[in-house]
Design a protein around this ligand. Structure first.
Ligand code: GLY
Length: 357
């Protein structure tokens, strides 16, 4: 089946290709490169070998670099090891990095490419649902430091993104489910058809390879493509992608990052909806729709009742970096996101009752 091509606009436009076995399209995104560094975790060794064989057949000199699985890849030490390898290979400005994996791998690969010679081409091959609909698209790259996640990085748009739906078949069920939280988020902020597709058959939606999968991925990628195409560096519109993330990030931190990002975002979405309802912005039915759709997918929608003071303190620290005011993305209705500044403390606290367990 022909891949769907979704264009991301902005200063450096690029395509996102969605389909089955689309890694064959990768070569076309690397034209002009001689050497290709293929970063991948050990769990994707076989997939990386197939990609390498295809690229070698297309005439590229391919150098696989194995990086740790998951967040363990996003360290200065791992990035340094990758740069050492690029140096040994004599990697030049016209060569290219490929990141094959989930969001952590593509975040690392993007940063390795962004910093090498002040920026070489990177192409992402996203193999997880969260990677396809979020991390791989939009040019945010980075690594973690002892102080927190994604504190070092750059906006470095890829030259292309390949979403190979075939890779989802082997994704653990819990990771697939967590990725759906970002899909649902896209539905609420911009595309009600996503919500209707999920609501039509939630049991199917959590199953990799389901009939709606391709449309859900494509619609979510289109939402993200439109937003980051207009606002790469998060000066305004891009903030709507943080819907559900203010509380979500605080929960991730309270859990010492043992929760999946999407699971924390699911709780954050329900909280943000309740906040908007209590502020008189969102109708009760749309607010309730958040919990209903997320629960139907088996995603968590509650968190510890006693955690609120700690979560509030974390949300404040996070936002201090942006000028000392607590900001939330909320909805005035489906597909009507708006940012609000410093909601009153009582409403913030009362809204937590909706998610407290
Ligand atoms: N994950 C949110 C963004 O890319 O801006």
């Amino acid at each position: 089946m022909t891949p769907t091509r979704i264009e991301v606009g902005g200063p450096q436009p690029y395509p996102v290709l969605v389909g089955h076995d689309v890694t064959r399209e990768l070569g076309g995104l690397l034209t002009g490169a001689t050497r290709v560094a293929l970063l991948h975790p050990p769990t994707l060794r076989e997939r990386a070998a197939r990609v390498r064989d295809d690229l070698v057949a297309a005439g590229y000199a391919v150098h696989p670099i194995e990086v740790p699985d998951g967040e363990a890849a996003k360290t200065l030490a791992v990035a340094g090891r990758c740069w050492d390898t690029l140096g040994e290979l004599g990697f030049t400005r016209s060569d290219a990095v490929v990141g094959l994996g989930g969001g952590a791998t593509t975040d690392l690969a993007g940063w390795v490419a962004a910093a090498w010679l002040r920026g070489v081409r990177v192409v992402h091959v996203a193999t997880t649902l969260a990677g396809m609909v979020d991390a791989a698209v939009g040019g945010k790259t980075g690594i973690n430091t002892a102080r927190g996640k994604n504190l070092v990085g750059a906006f470095h748009p890829p030259a292309g993104v390949v979403c190979d739906l075939a890779a989802l078949a082997t994704l653990p069920a819990a990771d697939y489910r967590a990725g759906l939280a970002e899909v649902v988020k896209c539905g609420f902020i911009a595309d009600p058809a996503i919500l209707e597709l999920v609501e039509a058959d939630p049991a199917a939606a959590v199953t990799p390879g389901n009939p709606a999968e391709r449309e859900l991925v494509e619609r979510s990628v289109r939402v993200k493509a439109r937003v980051v195409g207009e606002d790469l560096t998060e000066q305004g519109l891009r903030e709507i992608l943080n819907y559900g993330h203010t509380l979500g990030h605080a929960i991730e931190r309270a859990e010492d990052y043992r929760w999946r990002h999407g699971d924390a975002v699911a709780v954050g979405l329900v909280y943000a909806a309740e906040l908007a309802r209590r502020l008189g912005r969102l109708d009760a039915a749309t607010a309730a729709r958040h919990g209903a759709v997320l629960r139907s997918l088996g995603l968590p929608t509650t968190y510890r009742a006693d955690a609120y003071p700690e979560l509030l303190a974390t949300m404040r620290i996070d936002k201090k970096a942006r000028g000392n005011r607590l900001r939330f993305v909320v909805l005035d209705g489906v597909a009507q996101p708006v940012s609000i500044d410093e909601p009153d403390a009582e409403t913030l606290s009362a809204a937590y009752s909706e998610v407290s367990a």
